[in-house]
Design a protein around this ligand. Sequence first.
Ligand SMILES: [Zn+2]
Ligand SMILES: [Zn+2]
Length: 581
Amino acid sequence: MKNQNLEIIRHSCSHVMAAAVLKLFPKVKLGIGPAIKDGFYYDFEFPKPITEDDLEKITNQMIQVIEADLSFEKKEVSVAEAKKIFKNQPYKLELIEDLVKEDHKKVSIYKTGEFIDLCVGPHVKKTSEIGPFKLLSLAGAYWRGSEKNKMLTRIYGTCFPTEKELEKYLWQIEEAKKRDHRKIGKELGLWTFSEYVGAGLPLFTQKGALVRRLINEFVEELQSKQGITQVWTPQIAKAELFKISGHYDKYRENMFHVKSNYSDEEFFLKPMNCPQHIQIYASEPRSYKDLPIRLADFAMLYRDEKPGELSGLTRARSFSQDDCHIFCREDQVDEEVDKALEMTKEIMKVFGFKYRYRLSTRDPKHPEKYIGDPKTWDKVEKWTEKIMIRNKIDHFDGPGEATFYAPKMDLIAQDSLGREWQLSTLQIDFLMPERFNLTYTDNKGQSARTVMLHRAILGSPERLMAILIEHHAGALPVWLSPVQAIVIPITEKQNAYGEKLLEKLQLQNIRVKLDNRGETTSAKIRDAELQKIPYILVVGDKEIQEKAVNVRVRGEKVLGLMATDKFLALVKEDIDKKRQV
Ligand SMILES: [Zn+2]
Ligand SMILES: [Zn+2]
């Protein structure tokens, strides 16, 4: 109910914006103005281009409309009458023509003061019910999203029931800009892109590769506790494999095509590991006693994302997954799923994310998008709900979000700014085993159908790295920081002590650096802060005398003089407990 209200005030606010724009620019042509996830927009064709500076003028005009407390009046009019009302609005006339084609005899309009829009509603009763709003930005948008049509000007805005909520949202977008992983990743030197390598293909530096490896090692450690071990499979496979899996038909536009010089055989870079793992399972006869068989893989995957949609590490063409496929009997599914959810709990706790699951089911309007027996779909869709309830996990419905072969339980994590990210997915799949004819011999010696679980928890370690950077504003927890401590001698007199300290810490597996440049101490501290190094160890004569270090924690918190051994114990505890300082 709450979301519906939000939608109503936002859509009403878009009408008010259109009214204001029409008042200020009487020759403007109106497109459409829906509510969207974080606000609303309206598309206009302006006689002369406007700039961001005009937003203030529009805002002031909108305030007048809102303060006049005009009512939203709905009216049904005949098509002829509607055409008369919108005679100067070609886009509205086009929409009316569409309604005529759909056999509508009447057209619904909304009137707010002098402003009239073609609209079915619903709306608030009066403009005073619209909450505090803010116009955010301008963008170009083709009429009806088609490049064949004219480019219109889209004005984005947002609106909330209270000033506090609006302020929180505005803070969130400002903060998100500052925390953009593309900017911070560059400042911290974690990865780079090269125009010669290609767009969407990140190159990880030593530091970035280290973070990536640490994330994977952490998952690997938890996985091995559950008896899940790694396999290793090639980056390319023949088209035949993807024809059987269904990817060739349903997913080909997302796959990179590879050709051999020696045959006409078609190959593809793999977009996921599932069909390859299936081949490992199918390579031997399996008995009910062998199951479950759990295969994990951190292999690189490739997807041919649209160039315009690429975005740093959150949308890349090459990435990996903490992927695992569990081949089991149907009676083992619940236990295996519960184990995966248990591991999820542990991992999310370490990374500090709240999370919930989206139960991604079929789009009831487009059954053609899915392969397999609808009865199996029904069964699994109901099953996933039961799993969530049994494990007391917060969940919500996501119709239309399933893959072409199975419903999904999608992990949606919330970061420190309150933004939600889909990290990974858990699927109970009856279809792939059927397509590849996967079987085992049951306890009566009969051949039985294997069930396959697809399971990732982090999703992609690279993408997680991006999310963690934004979550922590670059200040990664100590265990994930590429450099955990930096030693800063006050003058070159202390350099020798600094070097000894460096060795001592390195021997204890602390990732440490020595800054013996001829810069001032304050400049060195500033640089270390910019690099988000968790511990800054300043050493002068006093520290040498006392076999100690002067500890500053990232973020300008000073712990002061501390015996070196005490510091060592402290930092090791942070690492073991995967702590953030
Ligand atoms: Zn409307
Ligand atoms: Zn899979």
